[in-house]
Design a protein around this ligand. Sequence first.
Ligand code: FA5
Ligand code: MG
Length: 414
Amino acid sequence: TEALEVPPKITTDSIIIGGKTYPKDDATNVTTTILEKTARQLHLIPAHPIATIKDRIASTFPGFKHYDQFSPVVTTKENFDDLCFSDDHPGRSVTDTYYLNNKIMLRTHTSAHQLQTLKESDKLLVTADVYRRDEIDASHYPAFHQMEGAQLFDAKTVVADVQKEIKEALAANPASAGIQTTDTTLITPENPKQDCHDEAAMLATADHLKHSLNLMVRRLFSQEKNLQVRWIDAQFPFTSPSWEMEILYQGKWLEVLGCGVIRQDILNNADKPDKIGWAFGLGLERLAMVLYGIPDIRLFWSQDARFLRQFEPSKIQKFKPFSKYSPCIKDISFWVPEGFHENNFCEVVRDVAGDIAETVEMIDKFTHPKTNRQSVCFRINYRSMDRNVTNNEINEIQEKLRTEVVDRMKVELR
Ligand code: FA5
Ligand code: MG
């Protein structure tokens, strides 16, 4: 655990964060806007919805060691190599990940702490802020929060151990009515058992995993009538087989977590070769938005008293939206160079406009028939969550954006 009290800073040749200095290099792409987020630690603020959901979920995993103070600065080894990501995995790309430099980055998921924590513990949770370069809309923000969970069993006794545990858990928590779970997953060549695993041991581990997570959402959503949950196949470099859980929310299936049977290489590296285990990683904002009825992911970062004062510690209650202020819509068109990536544009928007940028949408794209040059048009919806923006103010931002995209992205405005 590192002190994040010292404000992070970017100088001409280094990044200073958590009191440490990291030299910049050709991979550096972290921005001041993002670094400032690392100091917020929403999951540690009492009564903040993210912290309340974190506590609620943790209470459904008694006896699990809960780590929630890890620094977001990790090595590429921790975030990728230790988790069996291939060298050319797209997640490593500078368009997806924030790098301090070639070797040091902001974690993109709480799985970055799996190896270290599995060495220390057989039942663990990790809650933390994670960072990804991403698009801009109501459910995507470049910083969000995840909770990781993992549990290990003795590979020799897992079948009997799981049977006993599930029986006890069911006796203590009879499945609540009104929650339907559909499991459409299959062990296939695309979602295989690991060769080193005994089939019965793997199936028992998977059973325990799905049982634990079904119980977790049932408890979390005890107020919701007719909660629908489904399991689908997934793929992660660090688990096999792998699954995702989705819940039906406002007519759409919303992915809330990924999980699976931990790759044995990871357990061997954690000095636990005789164990078998599961892991999951869930998005706390996704669950908080549903449970509190929070319509926009930017609200979690709001420092407006009208947001924060609505919440009480350990109580989940529906969010009362304060009035929606009027939007201001602006388009920008430009010719793009080769290798243009939408996330790079979104980054410039974030830096210039901050949270006033509500959505960024590509509304047109065409290739000039003669020159073969490509042109794109983006529509930016500017709206503040706590006041009306003026057209003058947005014009100024839009002008600055036009200058910055040319400077930073080598595009030609149209
Ligand atoms: C992961 O991050 C894996 N580390 C999860 C995992 C852990 C799998 C352990 C197996 C074992 P994924 O990228 O799908 O997976 O993210 C996990 C969850 O984080 C998603 O289901 C979603 O709830 C949340 N999430 C992902 N991206 C965003 C985003 N941009 N904004 C808000 N929540 C997000
Ligand atoms: Mg996913």
